[in-house]
Design a protein around this ligand. Structure first.
Ligand code: SF4
Ligand code: FES
Length: 566
């Protein structure tokens, strides 16, 4: 088993206890919460606050069968609404009894849409018949295998080991202790945070190395949860050794002795893969005390998130690790100087850590040369929605979107024409086919008024209603708002109301002005990125597909025949 971190209190003890209670009882009984409050000397209101915040926790006994159907972009495009309705009707007619059916946010199976969970087990590539048979299987007490893992098309260019001895970059650093050289290489390479923020990695690590402090931390954000975002799942499945090596390298360079991988609870199969790799590392002396006899120690463990998209926001994630509600912090200060337990903390995404070992081994020039259109490096991108071969692709940074969608991912499914694409899930908004040649890199997409984000292309075929897509995307942000600040909590709900009205033929022209004002308020006054990007989907639709919205308003009809008019 992986060892515990060295620094006392570097684990969310209360959240782990709540999880253990729920594993035993299926929910959190009031008597157990009172006993936990006494045992840990924690106020009961704090426990209630945690239990009611995180979606994974239940305060009442679960139904016999808890069926949750993903309602977000990629599943929505692949018929999730009809699927849910069909299964609801069949369950109502034929049973089994005790089935509760509801919507859930993205399950990280966007390439296998539509997806659902049945008593917390993930099922994907669903038809109404297969989903109903899963419900029956659950009623009979049978368990399900994890969804199949996508195989890479070819050996991954990122992996410098190709069957040879792994962890060579770590061995070299432990022998040379050249932290300054490592930081210089990372800066020179141009590696940026690949979870969406794009902060220069070398600079981030340098800030933590130079920050004074008796304890420092390295945290891996493996909580990708935005609809369409599946690339970290793929990376953890196929190159977990690079993620772990990147984290240990960060520890050696910055002086941190404790690392935590924060992984979403739906990624159980990926957690097991990481756990096995960690065990091997510990046996080989690559993680834990006195790494390879160097005198340097670095403990690494995995923490499973109790749920919620907002936990992917770095400061919210840190709050969760400190046993609090995952509400984003006001910034500055930033985690580099004031992170976990207010200590200097490197927090990077799975993909960012994975790119560090190949850069150090193959060299800066190799990394730069892998990119195109002037952008350095490689990128993993998920492609989902109406596409022939959904999945995760390793591409040169700067690859034109057209090439990825049509040459690699097989084009639009069913031989249809492309109507739109989101470069990175709901937060990037939607772009028209005329922008298909935009290179997939930070600068080109920012110049195009969008963003590279985490790399999550969602493809929309002809016949898609873009107002309906904007409504679906904004509803995701409303559902996932943590509620800490008013503009986001109230504004996102108001935005959903307005878009619902327009899509039902109840909209008024003044609503467009209201959308503009609300968008400005959300972007300027929300504490974190969720509220700031929540208006992007409708903003992009009004920019590129305005005629469609106008038709809903002026003629009270959906030109694509998707929206049900009142
Ligand atoms: S912007 Fe939204 S998600 Fe972010 S802190 Fe405010 S309420 Fe929470
Ligand atoms: S699993 Fe449904 S949108 Fe991701």
């Amino acid at each position: 088993m992986p060892s515990s971190p060295e620094v006392p209190g570097a684990r969310p003890v209360i959240i782990e206890e709540l999880r253990a209670i729920q594993d035993t009882h299926g929910y959190l009984p009031a008597a157990e919460l009172r006993a936990l409050a006494e045992r840990t000397q924690t106020p009961l209101y704090h426990l209630q606050g945690l239990a009611s915040f995180y979606p994974h926790f239940r305060l009442a006994p679960p139904p016999a069968i808890d069926l949750r159907v993903c309602a977000d972009l990629s599943c929505h495009l692949n018929g999730a609404d009809d699927l849910r309705s069909a299964v609801e009707a069949r369950v109502a007619r034929l049973g089994p009894s005790g089935v509760a059916i509801r919507e859930v946010s993205c399950l990280g199976q966007c390439d296998c849409a539509p997806a659902a969970s049945v008593n917390d087990a993930i099922v994907a590539r669903l038809t109404s018949a297969s989903l109903y048979s899963h419900v029956e299987a659950a009623a009979a007490g049978r368990r399900f295998p994890h969804p199949e893992v996508q195989r890479p098309e070819a050996p991954l260019r990122i992996d410098p080991y190709a069957g040879g001895q792994r962890y060579e970059a770590l061995r070299k650093l432990l022998a040379s202790r050249d932290a300054a050289g490592t930081l210089a290489a990372l800066k020179e390479s141009g590696l940026r945070g690949l979870g969406g923020a794009g902060f220069p990695t070398g600079l981030k690590w340098e800030i933590v190395r130079n920050a004074p402090g008796d304890a420092k931390y390295v945290v891996c954000n493996a909580d990708e949860s935005e609809p369409g975002t599946i690339k970290d799942r793929f990376i953890m499945e196929h190159i977990p050794h690079l993620v772990i090596e990147g984290m240990v390298l960060a520890g050696v360079v910055t002086g941190a002795r404790t690392g935590i991988i924060y992984i979403r609870h739906e990624y159980e199969a990926q957690r097991v893969i990481l756990e096995q790799e960690l065990e091997q590392c510990q046996r080989a002396g690559l993680v834990g005390r006195d790494l390879l006899g160097s005198g340097v120690s670095f403990d690494l463990s995995i923490f499973v998130s109790p749920g919620g998209y907002i936990c992917g926001e770095e400061s919210a994630l840190l709050e969760a690790l400190e046993d609090r509600r995952a509400e984003p912090r006001n910034k500055p200060p930033f985690p580099g100087t004031h992170g976990l337990y207010n200590k200097p903390t490197v927090i990077n995404n799975v993909e960012t850590f994975a790119f560090v070992p190949p850069i150090l081994l193959k060299g800066v020039e190799w990394f730069k040369a892998e990119g195109r259109s002037g952008a350095p490096g490689l990128k993993f991108v998920g492609v989902s929605g109406h596409v022939a071969r959904p999945g995760v692709y390793e591409i040169p940074m700067g690859t034109p979107t057209r090439e990825l969608i049509f040459d690699r991912a097989g084009g639009v499914s069913g031989g249809r024409r492309l109507k739109a694409f989101a470069p990175s899930g709901p937060s990037s908004g939607f772009l028209p086919p005329a922008m298909l040649d935009v290179p997939l890199d930070f600068k080109s997409l920012a110049d195009a008024g969008s963003m590279l984000g985490s790399g999550a292309i969602v493809v929309c075929a002809e016949g898609t209603c873009m107002l309906d897509m904007a409504l679906n995307a904004v509803r995701f942000f409303k559902n996932e708002s943590c509620g800490k600040c008013v503009p986001c909590r109230v504004g996102s709900a108001k935005m959903v109301d307005i878009l619902t009205d327009i899509s039902r033929g109840r909209g008024r022209r003044e609503d467009l002005d209201l959308i503009g004002e609300l968008s400005e308020a959300l972007a300027l006054t929300s504490i974190c990125g969720l509220g700031q990007v929540a208006p992007n989907p409708i903003g992009s639709v009004l920019t590129h597909f305005r005629d469609e919205v106008e038709e809903h308003l002026a003629r009270r009809r959906c030109p694509s025949g998707v929206c049900a008019m009142a």
